[in-house]
Design a protein around this ligand. Sequence first.
Ligand code: GDP
Ligand code: MN
Length: 402
Amino acid sequence: MSSQALSFFRSVNKLNLHEYQAKNIFRQFGIPVPHGLLVNEPGRAFQAARSIKGPPWVVKAQVHAGARGKAGGVKIVNDLDVVEQAAQSMIGQRIITNQTGPAGVMVNQVLVEEGVEIEREFYLSMAINRRNARPTMIFSPVGGVEIEEVMLEYPDLILIERPDPVTGWMPFQARNLLYRLDPLPSPEAIDNITFIAAQVFEIFLRYDCSLIEINPLVITREGKVIALDVKISIDDNASFRQEKIFQLDDKAGKDPLELQAEEYGINYIHLDGNVGVLVNGAGLAMATMDIIKQTGARPANFLDVGGGANEETISRGFEIILKDRHVKAILINIFGGILRCDELAKGVLAALKRMEIHVPLVIRLQGTRVEEGREILKNSDLKFLVAKDLAEAAKLVAEQVS
Ligand code: GDP
Ligand code: MN
């Protein structure tokens, strides 16, 4: 499915670590990162910097978003007395980068680090290539720049190596990447980056990562190789065997409705449209969102109450949708498979009776005992529009919000 819904779905199915957490993992695997201390009050930043080599010091906002540098979330400070001010400018403030959306994200902590003098910057990452379902190492001599930009402007400078599933990552693969650099780094630097690439692969496997990104990976003026900025994302499907790392999950900055849905066991993703969507089944939810978009309307959410939809889950679904003030109409699209449509219709009615719903509702039912289900809806005194198929449902709901 070339659906936008699908990419939303994917982007949520992972645990993002903060930079300092990712760097702690790097340290455990012997990858050099700058010395640093985490600070959650500006008043502590001075003390932290004093115990760290400098100047310069670097103060970095710890948020789940990249491109902080351009947004004031990374400050290089040459004067010890200015470190606190830099921390003050971040902690308790929202930072808006091109990855956060217009509302930005709240900064609760900053990392105070030893600054380094950069000689060369590279990009190195490992991610799952979904086309061949294998991890892929991406390396570029253009570091410190967003990789999407490099891909557009200098596609020739994106270098790729794939570990063989049988042998794992091999050192020659790192050398394949590095011997294409001009000028060639020193033999020590090549050895160090070769080691780092191998360790990145180890971490990737050990923690069921979906992404490890070092941007930039630098060679310093003194010739040392250091991972200056690190991002790690972990596949949610591995949460059952990665319990320890999932305890690091930072709920701050997450959407409150998404957190509540998580508690209810409902798959919910908050979007920026005004058509609330309540569906059973993820595939059906994506198709529903696609068809809403085709009418020109925009979904306010992705919401899958799951296969075993009942009065309880449907009520909870409504509760979450209605808390979003942007919702101007709701489309309920239910496929009665294991659960019959008449049972579902009763569930929807019971849920509707339990709560005040002040926006128009469009409902489309399909599946086993659909006629009985429609009859139950028709005979109720609650007001809603019953659509005969999904196309009509989408059209009706789009009319309600236009
Ligand atoms: P991002 O913007 O969120 O990706 O944050 P980064 O940690 O990558 O920092 C942004 C940029 O700040 C980097 O690409 C570097 O150019 C610069 N930077 C970060 N740390 C240092 C440092 O210790 N020394 C120097 N000279 N520059 C740094
Ligand atoms: Mn970066």
